[in-house]
Ligand binder design. Sequence first.
Ligand code: ADE
Ligand code: ZN
Length: 338
Amino acid sequence: MDSGFIEGIPKAELHLHIEGSLEPELMFAFAERNQVALPYSSVEEVRKAYQFTNLQTFLDIYYAGAKVLLVEQDFYDLTWAYLTRMQEQNVKHVEIFFDPQTHTERGVAFQTVVEGIDNALKDARREYGISSYLILCFLRHLSEEDAFKTLEQALPFREKIIGVGLDSSEVGHPPEKFKRVFARASEEGFRRVAHAGEEGPPEYIIDALNLLGVERIDHGVKCEKDSQLVARLAESKMPLTVCPLSNTRLCVFAKMEDHNLKRLLDLGLCVTVNSDDPAYFGGYMNENLKAVQEALDLSKEDLVEVVKNGFRASFLPEVAVQSRLQAVDDYASKTFDG
Ligand code: ADE
Ligand code: ZN
């Protein structure tokens, strides 16, 4: 297949950790201007260190990298760099995760983080025409109490944050630990998503649905072990924000040819493709789409469906969803043979 089709199609990204878009070049620039010592001497050395065997081996390096982010300008520049790439990749809508606890734990104010990111989102709306929402993720390896404190800190910034999510070390930190925080977030009007079934068992997906009331499952690829759950996900059209390069880099699947994305799509699940932490996993939206297309031999119809699912699963108002879907159809009909 002509990779130009993937490059040109209008897309949405729903699973992107802004801290995971920190490219080594930017990491060095921030380290220098903030006088933060890095355990690496060159960009090449950083890239060489990105050899992961599971989620935790990645998270250890990812949290260390985030230490270079200190002032509002850092969060602005980081977000702007990501959005500039998205504009180049024809990404029209993004829903971005951020991990406030990674920063507040180091003495960086919640406001510094949110305003830096939000100002870049506003500028990209104006300059690139990219629509966007921000989602606050609780770190699940930390306590419920810490998550409650973080939710309190978010309340003055209510209009800048559309929803809450749950990320970090999955196994051993089940959704149940955060059911009260999610209930409170829901009362405050936040939308809800959670990482579940990335490495953890299908029960974590079931609990994210039943106990947290999530509207999307981030990853969710482990659902396949439970056929009843797969049927439920298909029936309810519950979106999965799948991240193919992340899954192979973190050894969830040994190789891309083993990925279950196509099987889940064929079973009628609302599968979307996303990049997760592109600076660490070797690719942004287009690289993820190309990798699965090639390895799983996705047809143009499959690609169009996956891309449309990205808009359907977004938190955009229905009229905006419909106009984005129309734009995808217009693009596809212009580029289909015949
Ligand atoms: N934080 C950043 N990327 C993550 C992932 N893939 N899973 C859980 N937490 C994360
Ligand atoms: Zn993630």
